[in-house]
Design a protein around this ligand. Structure first.
Ligand SMILES: NC(=O)c1ccc[n+]([C@@H]2O[C@H](COP(=O)([O-])OP(=O)(O)OC[C@H]3O[C@@H](n4cnc5c(N)ncnc54)[C@H](O)[C@@H]3O)[C@@H](O)[C@H]2O)c1
Length: 404
């Protein structure tokens, strides 16, 4: 099966590389010329454990990168699916554009696999009508949602179970055979709407559970209880497994996908809606903690406060929707000068008052707010000794450390 992967971002690139490294004949297409040039010059486009080695192996197997769509047997679409900020519904415009472009290049009988996360019914509502209106009678639509986690993507691509949603068992199995080449996890074939729903449900489950932990943190702060001690004890119950609270939720999955359900089923998603509101309120909660601590410690100048970490999770360079960015955005609404920020993974300037050197950052601040638990800070906790510390990740056990 000859494959054209469309969209070579955080999901599409590792997917294309893993397929190629496992002997699938793959061409990767992205309309971003700079990204394709970088890959063709032999460099990867983002940092991820094991990505460079995989890139090397896939290149050896002959993978190609281009801005042009190809004529192939199977297309794997992994373009963004944001949500509409007002309606909360999935914004399928990138997927629609990609499918339209595929239809300009494919032959009768082609299989179009959508890997992008979409809400239940998206294929029937937005994609099938385009295919039905095309010059073809026999194009197969499939949904194969991705569940890998940044920071461990390459391992998970090779081991996670996969869901393949198709109109017929025959096409589902054909696609499943390609995925069985890249993962030793189970590959399950089901119908399209079930596959669409499973992915959104998985991320919603995570969001709701994180919200529960965040709400506990707020309750415990209100009444001066130690949320971490309480969670530790509760988790000794054989059927309780509470997650850790944190400064908010970012990235392109858990902070986005549950909104698809809220947008499509507004009267049926009370728990989900409240959970998303709780998670979204956490950056503001951290800001409130900062001002309480400043008052307690007699720190009067916001310029002496620094946020450690800009990414949405540890040890990755993806900062989309990150709690730190949300916090800075919230600060802006108060017409305040943004706090100082440092993140070892972000080499470019993306916000004001951003540092690129840990020591320089520490020299310029008295209060350090740990927003992200990168290994760098975990391995250098002694460097922040003597500072006032607000640790939103519960990784610092120095005396006097403030928690959420
Ligand atoms: N990032 C994650 O951790 C993750 C995990 C699971 C699922 N997903 C889902 O995977 C999908 C892709 O996410 P991502 O993080 O890889 O996005 P991304 O923004 O990193 O990459 C998308 C790529 O698609 C390209 N693109 C957009 N439209 C195109 C078009 N019409 N033709 C060719 N190229 C096009 C962009 O240039 C970009 O390089 C989303 O639906 C997301 O929800 C993401």
């Amino acid at each position: 099966m000859k494959v054209n992967v469309i969209g070579l971002g955080y999901i599409g690139l590792p997917t294309a590389l893993t397929m190629a490294a496992n002997g699938v004949d793959v061409i990767g297409t992205d309309y971003n010329k700079e990204l394709v040039n970088t890959l063709n010059q032999g460099r990867v486009t983002f940092e991820e454990k094991g990505l460079k080695e995989l890139f090397f192996n896939a290149n050896k197997m002959g993978i190609k990168y281009t801005t042009e769509y190809q004529t192939r047997d199977m297309y794997v679409i992994s373009v963004p699916t944001p949500y509409d900020k007002f309606s909360k519904k999935v914004d399928a415009v990138y997927v629609i554009k990609a499918v339209e472009e595929v239809l300009n290049h494919c032959n009768e009988g082609a299989i179009i696999v959508i890997e992008s996360t979409i809400s239940p019914g998206t294929i029937d509502k937005y994609i099938r009508p385009i295919v039905n209106k095309s010059r073809f009678n026999n194009i197969h639509l499939v949904h194969a949602p991705e569940r890998i986690i940044p920071g461990n993507m390459i391992y998970e691509l090779a081991h996670n179970s996969r869901t393949i949603g198709a109109d017929s068992k025959e096409i589902g199995e054909k696609v499943a055979d390609v995925y069985r080449k890249i993962t030793d996890g189970e590959v399950i074939v089901t119908d399209i709407k079930t596959a669409e729903m499973t992915k959104v449900v998985e991320n919603t489950f995570r969001a709701v559970n994180i919200a529960f932990a965040n709400e506990l943190a707020k309750i415990c702060r209100h009444d001066n209880m130690d949320v971490y001690e309480i969670i530790k004890i509760c988790n000794m119950h054989p059927r309780v497994n509470i997650l850790n609270p944190g400064p908010g939720v970012g990235g392109h999955c858990i902070s986005v996908d549950p909104w698809f359900l809220v947008g499509d089923y507004p009267s049926l998603t009370k728990v989900i809606w409240e959970s998303m509101k709780v998670n979204d309120s956490m950056p503001e909660f951290v800001l409130k903690r900062i001002s309480e601590i400043m008052e307690e410690k007699g720190i009067t100048d916001y310029k002496r406060v620094g946020l450690y970490g800009l990414t949405y999770k540890e040890n990755v360079d993806d900062f989309r929707e990150s709690p730190t960015l949300q916090l800075l955005e919230f600060q802006k609404t108060h017409l305040a000068e943004p706090l100082k920020v440092y993140d070892p993974f972000i080499k470019k300037d993306i916000v004001k008052n951003q540092y690129h050197n840990f020591d320089e950052f520490l020299n310029d601040v008295d209060l350090v707010v740990i927003m992200v638990k990168h290994d760098e800070i975990k391995n250098n906790i002694n460097k922040i000794k003597g500072k006032v510390i607000l640790d939103t990740q519960n990784i610092c056990h120095l005396d006097g450390t403030y928690k959420l």
